[in-house]
Design a protein around this ligand. Structure first.
Ligand SMILES: [Zn+2]
Length: 274
C-alpha cells in the first residue's frame, strides 16, 4: 500500500532494523523495485532527485508508484530526495508524493532551521512525511575533510523543526562506488545518544557492510542506496546492448538489466533487515 515513511520508521525502530530507500533514475525500474521489495516482505522508500522527478513529472511518477503499491502487501513511500527549493517540495506534494526531503545543509544553521520549518509545514498540510539534513554529505570529488554534524546542533535542529527523519554528515559520500569510506561512528554515536529522531544514511553505496549494520544500531533507520543500483543496471546494459541485434525486443533487453538491479536490491534488503 502507498504510505508515508512514518509507519515504516516506527516499525523499524521497534524491530531494530533499517528501511531501505532506493533511488529511481527512470520509470522502467519502478515496478521492479516495488515488487522486489514485496517479494522480500520489506517496506520500501522509492526516492527521486529533483531533476529525475522533473524529467518524469511529479504526478506521473506518483500515479505509477501508487498503482503498483496498491497491488502489494508492503508499505511503499514515494520520497523527493535533496530538494533545496521549497517550490520543488510544493510541486512534489501537489503531485502526490507521500514524503519529501528539504536539504538546507549548505546554509547557516539558523537559515537551515527556518527553511526546514517552512518545509515541515508544507509536508504536514499535505499529510506527508519529511526528512531534512544537517552537516555535509560529500558530493562530486571525494574529500576526506567534510565537516561532521555537531551533535548539539542536531538536538537544537530536531527540537525546533520537528522533522520525521534527519540526514547527518558522518563522512559518507554520494556517488562513491569504487572504494569504501571511513565513516566516523563516534560522531554518529554522540548524535544517537542525544537525538531520538530516526537518522538517515546518505551515500550508502560507499559504506562497508559491517558499518551499515552498526549505523542501524546507532539509530540510522533510513538507508539510501542509489549509485550501486544504477551501476548494476548500466553494467548489465553494456553487455546486453553491446551484443544484441537491433531488432531484438527492447522489453526483453531491459528486463535483463532490471534483473541485475533486482539482485542488488535483494542484497541491500538482506543487509538492512538482519
Ligand atoms: Zn543523499
Amino acid at each position: 500500500m502507498y504510505s508515508t515513511m512514518l509507519p515504516m520508521l516506527a516499525q523499524a525502530k521497534k524491530d531494530g532494523k533499517g528501511v531501505p530507500a532506493f533511488n529511481i533514475h527512470a520509470l522502467e525500474v519502478v515496478p521492479m523495485m516495488a515488487r522486489t521489495a514485496a517479494e522480500k516482505k520489506c517496506p520500501v522508500i522509492l526516492q527521486v532527485s529533483v531533476s529525475t522527478a522533473k524529467y518524469i513529472g511529479f504526478r506521473l511518477l506518483s500515479l505509477m508508484v501508487k498503482d503498483v503499491a496498491g497491488e502489494l502487501d508492503i508499505p511503499v513511500a514515494l520520497h523527493l530526495d535533496h530538494a533545496s527549493k521549497l517550490e520543488d517540495i510544493e510541486g512534489a506534494l501537489a503531485g502526490g508524493f507521500s514524503s519529501v526531503m528539504y536539504d538546507g545543509s549548505r546554509l547557516p544553521l539558523d537559515e537551515n532551521i527556518a527553511n526546514t520549518q517552512k518545509a515541515v509545514k508544507l509536508a504536514r498540510d499535505a499529510g506527508a512525511s519529511i526528512e531534512a539534513e544537517l552537516g555535509i554529505v560529500g558530493r562530486g570529488k571525494i574529500i576526506e575533510s567534510y565537516p561532521y554534524t555537531d551533535p548539539d546542533d542536531a538536538v537544537q535542529f530536531v527540537k525546533e523543526t520537528g522533522v520525521d527523519a534527519l540526514a547527518v554528515g558522518i563522512g559518507t559520500h554520494h556517488g562513491q562506488y569504487k572504494a569504501k569510506t571511513n565513516i566516523n561512528l563516534d560522531v554518529l554515536r554522540a548524535i544517537h545518544e542525544k537525538v531520538d529522531t530516526p537518522l538517515v544514511l546518505h551515500g550508502g553505496t560507499g559504506v562497508r557492510e559491517e558499518d551499515v549494520r552498526t549505523c542501524i544500531r546507532l539509530g540510522m533507520l533510513k538507508l539510501n542506496f542509489g549509485t550501486e543500483l544504477n551501476v548494476s543496471w548500466v553494467r548489465r546494459a553494456k553487455e546486453v546492448f553491446g551484443e544484441c541485434e537491433p531488432d531484438e525486443s527492447l522489453r526483453e533487453l531491459m528486463i535483463r538489466c532490471n534483473d541485475a538491479m533486482a539482485d542488488t536490491i535483494r542484497k541491500k534488503i538482506d543487509l538492512v533487515r538482519f
